[in-house]
Structure formats: structure tokens, C-alpha cells
Design a protein around this ligand. Structure first.
Ligand code: ADP
Ligand code: MG
Length: 544
């Protein structure tokens, strides 16, 4: 790549085969890509949104309505598209919901920005206007929000339901919402100043089979493993639990790597020694007083036999994350060397038992020392259903936690977006100049949410927006949104379509941020070195 410096001497600073796109072209491409990504998820918005089916190279199928999941699975290539995916992920981590909203909003902001660019408005002016608008939008949303008490279970359930609608499992929405709210109530820690919710304390375990309404909240931990030996007890009350993260096996290296055995007696001696060592291990566990063992690694057949004989229940190859949860729940310390195991390391639970769920054995640890650990056991007709239910439940955990933490809610169905849009337009006139145009574009962009919801309900988008604007100006006010089920405008507060304020402020901030980031780019330099391994498909293909 050759560039000209001011002295007209060519300066070579990019390797051969590098592709470069600059100025308006760069912007146009990025905007085009971002718009396409936003367009792809827009139809999934809301309870009446459609699902996407994504098939990967291996033929695995994912069916989802979840913005972050769809984008993640789409495996997008273009950097601008990747930026949108990042935003969706960040939104998902921050609040667990509102990902589609953030992406759709970013797409709309860029679409409006493109018009402003065509009218000759400089990107930096648009960025400045968008920044002002985003800040103001936050203020407006905050002052529009209502408060909610952390004990208002009824409202919290509605929040859970709003965030779950649209994902598969609508018929079990209510029971899942109850489970989520109960789970959060269980793990919430109240101090005088605040309520903290450690979402890691809620384990979501899924098992295909049965129906979504068979899902349940277990006050304890469920491990998707079976008791390792048929001779072991299937139920232990007053469990004393040992957590061991090394194998209950004799490692080759421990018994002198190379042993050449020449006669049968020697072999027998060797086997006897191994057996004695395993027996000693089990005795150590038994001596410490454990009657349940969760082992992160394998358990040798002979060790299993001795454990069974000692009346100890054992589970092997437990996931590391489950070991940690068990440790938190039961108070057990995870031990590596069995010789170190003492009574103090053991955890406690009222009962540990094995139970068959959908043909598979699972181990339940209930009545834990720390009652704050819970498991949501999701059931459903197929893998696809439980996977999507898991995403729905995770969204709901995020929104209910946010609502409890902040104590602020807004109404959905596009009502909050319309309210913010309207007040932003008033604000724009106080700014004037070219920034005013950008702020007005920001307001228009927010209307993409009620518009998209109207479209999913089969309503005329233009008429609906005009009518909705009028309602927000009128005395019916801030709660009016799209009743997607009845395909008409309605008071979202009466319908109790409520969401945490944070989902909206975060989505607006995230959407604005990525739009600004993309607008700021006026130069795309596509390096050839990275695309070489892709052969002729890469941008450097013409050099092959
Ligand atoms: P996101 O990933 O942005 O959360 P969703 O597909 O979950 O996208 O849709 C969220 C939108 O659907 C929000 O604007 C929310 O207010 C709206 N919504 C949820 N439930 C209802 C309902 N019962 N009636 C109208 N709108 C709803
Ligand atoms: Mg949602």
C-alpha cells in the first residue's frame, strides 16, 4: 500500500495485499453491515417476535429468540458486525436482557446517521449530538421510572415474565417466573444499606424430558451424575460431605513407572499393594467421618468397592464449577491430598440422594449448611426447549436482580422508548444548530422499538407510531405502548408489562456507544497476513 505524504514522496507503510477503504466508503460499508445485523434480529423482538434457526458447520441446530445468542451463533466476520455482537454480549452480562433492543437501536442510529451524512453533516457533529442525546435519554428514563419494593413478589414476577415472553415455554411462563423470583429471594442477602444478589448462587441445571411445567426449584444443589457403584447407599441423611479434586486411583507414576514383572507371584504382590493403597485411601475418608464423597476425577473400581463396603456414597467426575458450588453450599473444603482430609474439611447437608430424572440418575444435595444455594432444574420436551428455557431463565434472573438492586422500573411494549423520544425532541429544540438534527435523529431511532413491536403484531407501523405519539403527548401519557397480543395500543402499566430501568438505560447507552464508535471510523485497513490462511476466500484473494 502506498500513501502520499505532504512532500509528495510515496511512503510505504502497509504490506502488500492489504486492502484499504477510506472516508465515506468506509463509513458506508460499516453502516451497511451494522444495519444488516440489526435487521436480522429485529423480527425476533418481543413476545410475538419470530425465532431464528441457526445451523453450524457440524449441522447442530440452535433455535432461539435471544439476540445475544443469535448473534453469537451467527459467527459474523465483518469487524463492524463484530462490534454489534460485542455490545449484545456486554448487555447480556450487565443486565441479562435487552440485547436485541441494544442492537436494533444501534442499527437505527446508524441508519439515521447515514441520512445526516448524506446531507453533509460531519460525523463529529452527529457523534456530539448522539452523545448529548444519550445522556439526556438516560435522565428522561430515570425521571420516568417508578419505584418498586424489593419484597413486591407480584411485581417481580411480572418483571420475570416480561423478560421471558417470546422465548419458547410461554405456557410455563408463570411457573418459571415464580421459580426465578423464589430462587432470587432465597439467595438475596439483605443488609441495612443494600441487597446483594450473587447470581452464581443460583445453579441452572437442565434435563430434557417431561414438560417445562415440571421444572422446579431445589433448595440445594443438583449434580447431573450418578452414584458410582450399585452397592453404595442411594440416600444418606445427615450427610458429611468430602470434596476431593484428585483421582481416587493409583497413578502409574506413584508406583515406580517401569516395573517388569517376571513371575505370577510378583504380579500378585503388585496387585495386593495397589489394593492396599486404595483401601488406605478409603479408610482415610471413612476415618475423617465422611459418608458422601464428591470426586472431581475418577474413582478406581477397587476404591469404589471399598467405599461401598464402608457405606459411603460416592460420585465421580464432578464438574469443577459444581465442586465449587458444593463447597459454598455445604461448607466443605475442597481437598487434593486424601491424607490431609480431616473432620473439619467436611461439609454438611440434611440429605443427599439419587433420583431418576428423564431416565438419567441425578444426585440431589438438599438442606445444605448454607441455605442460600439453590438449583433451578429445568425440564422440557426437547434439548432445544430446555436450552431456550435456560436463556429465558437467565434473562429473568438478570432482570429481577436488577429490579431488586435498583428499585426502579419502567413500562415496556415500546412505551418507555416513545416517552423518551418525545421528550428528547423537546430537548433538541433547546440545543439548536446541527446537533439538534442529530438529537432528533436519536429520538426517531428510539421509535424503532415500538415500530418493530407493532410489526410483529401485524399492525401498520406508521399509523401506530403516529397514534402512539399523540397518546404520549396527551393525558393518557407515558405508559401507553403496544399490546402485541391484541394488536392495539394499551396502558402497559395496567397490563403489568414492566422491566427494570437498568435494562433500558443500558440498552440505550450501549446502542449509542457502538453507533458512535462505528461513525468515528473513516479508514478500514484489512491486513492480508491474517487472511492468508483462508486461501482465496480472504480479501487478499486476488494475489493467489
Ligand atoms: P431484548 O433482547 O431486547 O430483551 P426481547 O425479544 O426480549 O428483546 O423483547 C423485548 C421487548 O418486548 C421489550 O421492548 C419489551 O417491553 C417487549 N415486551 C415484552 N413483553 C411484552 C408484552 N407482553 N407486551 C408488549 N411488549 C412486550
Ligand atoms: Mg428480553
Amino acid at each position: 500500500m502506498v500513501a502520499q505524504d505532504t512532500s509528495q514522496k510515496p511512503v510505504i507503510f502497509l504490506s502488500e495485499g492489504t486492502k484499504r477503504t477510506r472516508g465515506r466508503d468506509a463509513q458506508a460499508i460499516n453502516i451497511l453491515v451494522a444495519k444488516a445485523v440489526a435487521e436480522a434480529v429485529k423480527t425476533t423482538l418481543g413476545p410475538k417476535g419470530m425465532d431464528k434457526m441457526i445451523v453450524d458447520e457440524l449441522g447442530d441446530v440452535i433455535i432461539s429468540n435471544d439476540g445475544a445468542t443469535i448473534l453469537d451463533e451467527m459467527d459474523v466476520e465483518h469487524p463492524a458486525a463484530k462490534m454489534l455482537v460485542e455490545i449484545a454480549k456486554a448487555q447480556d452480562e450487565e443486565v441479562g436482557d435487552g440485547t436485541t433492543t441494544a442492537v436494533v437501536l444501534a442499527g437505527a442510529l446508524l441508519e439515521r446517521a447515514e441520512k445526516l451524512l448524506e446531507d453533509g453533516i460531519h460525523p463529529s457533529v452527529i457523534i456530539k449530538g448522539y452523545k448529548l442525546a444519550a445522556k439526556k435519554a438516560r435522565e428522561i428514563a430515570e425521571s420516568t421510572a417508578d419505584t418498586i419494593s424489593a419484597d413486591d413478589k407480584v411485581a417481580l414476577r411480572r418483571i420475570a415474565m416480561t423478560s421471558m415472553t417470546g422465548k419458547s415455554g410461554a405456557e410455563a411462563e408463570e411457573s418459571l417466573a415464580n421459580i426465578v423470583v423464589d430462587a432470587i429471594m432465597q439467595v438475596a442477602e439483605r443488609s441495612e444499606k443494600e441487597i446483594t444478589i450473587n447470581k452464581d448462587m443460583i445453579k441452572v441445571e437442565k434435563k430434557a424430558g417431561g414438560s417445562l411445567s415440571d421444572s422446579q426449584l431445589i433448595h440445594g444443589i443438583v449434580i447431573d451424575k450418578e452414584v458410582v457403584h450399585a452397592g453404595m447407599p442411594k440416600k444418606v441423611e445427615n450427610a458429611k460431605i468430602a470434596l476431593i479434586d484428585s483421582a481416587l486411583e493409583i497413578k502409574e507414576t506413584e508406583t515406580d513407572a517401569e516395573i517388569s514383572i517376571s513371575d505370577p507371584e510378583q504380579l500378585q504382590a503388585f496387585i495386593d499393594k495397589e489394593e492396599a493403597m486404595l483401601k488406605e485411601m478409603v479408610e482415610q475418608i471413612s476415618k475423617a467421618g465422611a459418608n458422601v464423597v464428591f470426586c472431581q476425577k475418577g474413582i478406581d473400581d477397587i476404591a469404589q468397592h471399598f467405599l461401598a463396603k464402608a457405606g459411603i456414597m460416592a460420585v465421580r467426575r464432578v464438574k469443577k464449577s459444581d465442586m465449587e458450588k458444593l463447597s459454598k453450599a455445604t461448607g466443605a473444603r475442597i481437598v487434593t491430598r486424601i491424607n490431609d482430609l480431616t473432620r473439619e474439611d467436611l461439609g454438611k447437608a440434611k440429605v443427599v440422594y439419587e433420583k431418576k430424572i428423564a431416565g438419567d440418575e441425578m444426585v440431589f444435595v438438599e438442606g445444605c449448611k448454607n441455605p442460600k444455594s439453590v438449583t433451578i432444574l429445568l425440564r422440557g420436551g426437547s434439548e432445544h426447549i430446555v436450552d431456550e428455557a435456560e436463556r429465558a431463565v437467565n434473562d429473568a434472573i438478570g432482570t429481577v436482580s436488577a429490579a431488586i438492586r435498583d428499585g426502579k422500573i419502567v413500562t415496556g411494549g415500546g412505551s418507555i422508548e416513545m416517552e423518551v423520544a418525545m421528550k428528547l425532541r423537546d430537548y433538541a429544540t433547546t440545543i439548536g444548530g446541527r446537533e439538534q438534527l442529530a438529537i432528533e435523529s436519536f429520538a426517531d431511532s428510539l421509535e424503532v422499538i415500538p415500530r418493530a413491536l407493532a410489526e410483529t403484531a401485524g399492525m401498520d407501523p406508521i399509523d401506530t407510531i403516529v397514534e402512539l405519539r399523540a397518546k404520549h403527548r396527551g393525558k393518557e401519557g407515558k405508559y401507553v405502548g403496544i399490546d402485541v397480543y391484541k394488536a392495539k395500543l394499551a396502558d402497559m402499566n395496567k397490563l403489568r408489562v414492566i422491566e427494570p430501568l437498568r435494562v433500558k438505560t443500558q440498552a440505550i447507552a450501549a446502542g449509542a456507544e457502538v453507533a458512535e464508535m462505528i461513525l468515528r471510523i473513516d479508514d478500514i485497513i484489512a491486513g492480508s497476513s491474517k487472511s492468508k490462511d483462508k486461501g482465496s476466500e480472504g480479501p487478499g484473494g486476488e494475489f493467489d
